[in-house]
Design a protein around this ligand. Sequence first.
Ligand code: CA
Length: 226
Amino acid sequence: MTLRILTVEDEREMADLLARGLRQEGYSVDIAGDGVEAMARAAAAEYDIAILDVMLPGMSGFELCRWLRRQHAGLAIILLTARNAVDDRVSGLDAGADDYLTKPFEFVELAARLRALRRRDAIGSTRLDVGGLHIDTAKHRISTDGGELQLSRTEFDLLRLLASHIGRVMPRSEILDEVWGSASFIDPNIVDQYVSYVRRKLDAVGAPVRIATARGVGYELIAVER
Ligand code: CA
């Protein structure tokens, strides 16, 4: 799956430059201009990496970093500091950042840091508990109190996607995009097929959630009524 990066930078030119470079490296990139916008985006989508400029209007990059760290434990965070101040570096690491870069920097250095983070497996090595599902994204395992689900990689990606959008119907096309990539040669019916596989496996362990069909729209993970 493509890694998703949230870039938070108020200088539009700098943000666009970063986004362009990161997309060329194969990342999917969204830009937020300040902390408030970043919080809204992070609440609405699941990111693997956040790149935060420290100097932002309103909420600082440090405050934003602390908030993101609390809300999204598995998110990898890189801070961009304006000067090579030891204070900034320490504040950044205290705030829960994984790494930092001092401006100005060469894009190749940022790209190298990102690769290093991925090697360290700081990305996606998290465990999430959603709706009674225990999701280990590093090991690609999902279990419930009733036992572990025996999932293929695709089934895992599908269930994890639905679990990270609780309270929302995921359109079929979006599921297809996220799990299978936007390859147009794939028959969209594959989504329904895999939903039925995952349903059977959820049933088998008596999972506290089930996949509901929103007719003509898509699917939603909801709690089982007991
Ligand atoms: Ca800035």
